[in-house]
Design a protein around this ligand. Structure first.
Ligand SMILES: [Zn+2]
Length: 332
């Protein structure tokens, strides 16, 4: 939110109530701050409480994934973006997207200082920045604008959170923050969550998305439904590899997301499932109706599709059972 100082008092000015409710701010005597400019965008990083061990690396990694995402989309919705971090010395994991900022909380302090915790922060940060385009602008029609007076479930959680989860991780790889081995490790974790959730075979990710508005992230019956994050990201990976395969690598899901940004995000036209799949078909040069039918609207097992999708990237996907009976996934 733009701000200025009036008679010594900082003033923030919101366009409307939605903008006001979407603009978090922090006031603290111990705020660390740095900023950088990337492709015309002013990016600010604010940290309250625990600081990551290597602050130069922290900023450099933000520059890397921001640069990479901006290059793929070609433009950013606003002139200024703020990462607001709270790293308290207590157990917390949280990240929320806003139009021109994100609030991310991770703790305790030991986790923030560790390499694993550091990569977790970057994973969430990349995910939330991607939301500035996908969700805050490329937005399901049901949430355009968001109606706070009543329920507004959407079946498009697999685009809103699925594509964002997949792309957030992929941009860590595209920007060189993780190498291929690192990306495979992220995908292994994702696929193990996917194959070990029987709910994906019980309720489609589109229906699960609808239900997520009702039972949220915590209160669902175990094994009843899929996750818009996990199953949605798996579907995004299948779409991405399909488009690359059909176009000999000339286009990808990122090409489709850029078109969606230009045609729906920028003019703020609400997205429907039909328009989403139409744009993917346009980019792929053929319809992806089997993926929509079987893995967005249907509950068909994805394993064979996943093995093939990995093979298009020169990777081999296998599975085995561990001593607890859980499926373990290997990508080589
Ligand atoms: Zn998200």
């Amino acid at each position: 939110m733009p701000w200025h100082v009036e008679e010594g008092v900082p003033c923030m000015q919101a366009r409307d109530v939605q903008h006001l409710m979407d603009s978090p701010w922090m006031a603290s005597p111990k705020l660390w701050h740095d900023s950088f400019k990337e492709q015309g965008l002013d990016v600010h990083i604010w940290v309250h409480d625990t600081l990551p061990s290597d602050l130069d690396r922290f900023v450099a990694d933000h520059v890397a994934f921001t640069r990479s995402q901006l290059s793929f989309f070609g433009s950013f919705p606003v002139d200024e973006y703020h990462f607001l971090y709270l790293f308290p010395d207590r157990e917390v994991r949280h990240g929320v997207e806003h139009e021109d900022s994100t609030v991310i909380a991770i703790g305790p302090a030991d986790r923030v200082k560790s390499e694993e915790g550091y990569m977790e922060i970057l994973g969430i940060a990349s995910h939330e920045l991607y939301h500035a385009w996908n969700v805050k602008r490329i937005r399901p029609a049901e949430w355009t604008p968001y109606d706070f007076t009543g329920p507004c479930p959407s079946a498009l959680g697999y685009v809103a959170e699925g594509v964002t989860t997949y792309m957030g991780d992929l941009f860590l790889f595209e920007s060189g923050i993780v190498d291929l081995k690192g990306w495979c490790a992220l995908m292994t974790k994702l696929l193990e969550r996917h194959v070990n959730n029987p709910g994906r075979l019980n309720m489609s990710v589109a229906e699960s998305s609808f239900d997520t508005w009702l039972d949220g992230y915590r209160f669902g019956v175990p094994g009843r439904k899929g996750s818009i994050y996990v199953e949605g990201a798996v579907l995004a990976f299948l779409c991405d590899t399909r488009i690359m395969e059909r176009t000999n690598g000339k286009a990808s899901l990122s090409t489709a997301m850029r078109l969606l940004w230009e045609r729906f995000g920028q003019p703020r036209i609400g997205l429907t499932a039909d328009t989403y799949w139409d744009v993917l078909a346009e980019v792929a040069g053929e319809r992806l109706d089997d993926l929509r039918r079987d893995h967005a609207d249907g509950t068909k097992d994805t394993w064979d599709m996943l093995v093939h999708a990995m093979s298009t990237q020169g990777l081999t996907l296998t599975q085995s059972k561990d001593e607890k009976g859980l499926t373990r996934v290997t990508i080589k």
